[in-house]
Design a binder for this molecule. Sequence first.
Ligand code: PSU
Ligand code: MN
Length: 298
Amino acid sequence: MHIAPEVREALDAGAPIVALESTIISHGLPRPRNLEAAREFEQIVRDAGAVPATIAVVDGVGRVGLDDAALERIAGEGVAKASVRDLPILRARRGTGATTVAGTVAIAAQAGIRVFATGGLGGVHQGATSSFDESADIPTLASHPVAVVCAGVKSVLDVGATLERMESLSVPVVGWRTDRFPLFWLSSSTHELDWRVETAEEVAAILREQDATRANAGLVVANPLPEDRQWDPIEHDAVVAQASAEAERDRIHGKAVTPYLLGRIVELSQGRSLEVNLDLVRSNIRLAAAIATAYAAR
Ligand code: PSU
Ligand code: MN
């Protein structure tokens, strides 16, 4: 593993750090917006006074903190989507992969980074009772001490089943100033949360309690977009239904499902879903930086 000097210094000083994933860059956003977004995401962390650590595997090395050349590689063609199980294979063959939430959480935990921001978590897919399609994001969060700030899970998933799995696997979930689990592009779902937090200090206190008990579990901080910035629910429902039907028709499976759906949804909405997606990631990064700052102030 290679930790960028700036990230190393922040770790040694106990300064705030926000981990960022790279699958969203390689497989979640269309080129060339993806590279622009990757740079902007890092800048948001810096503007908030924290250090960004974008995580990926480059030529077989797990890298925590990417320089601009590495960001360009990840935003280019031919990069593997790397979940936890792909990491040893990529290392062994000196491959390059962009880490999913699961892959990023595993590497961030190893580096000792406690706070991470992304768009939306992977979860249980519709029809999972027969397909068994459940993202490795959930079990990985159950066994690694990394808090992830996200806008819930994408509405293409079975949201209720995902919440049930998080309960079974003992992944704690708190709503950021909300009582309901957000739906990624949409601010709210019908799913009520058990816990609500109002301040970054409250979240930092939860992290410290986990540290004190060596809980070794993550934390999901569900951060909804304000309602006036969400995607139009009518267009959302129609586009998500169409993209999901097409994925089934084309028998998309395995790691291709999420990138396929996200790509189709951007096309079908003529980019309107993309603007909301970018907006919610920015909002999650700002909140993650505030939480990392509160956590660093020990
Ligand atoms: N959220 C986004 N864009 C993305 C993803 C999530 O806004 O591209 C990615 C994350 O990397 C997440 C992955 O870990 O999708 C989930 O993939 P899967 O369902 O195959 O586990
Ligand atoms: Mn899957």
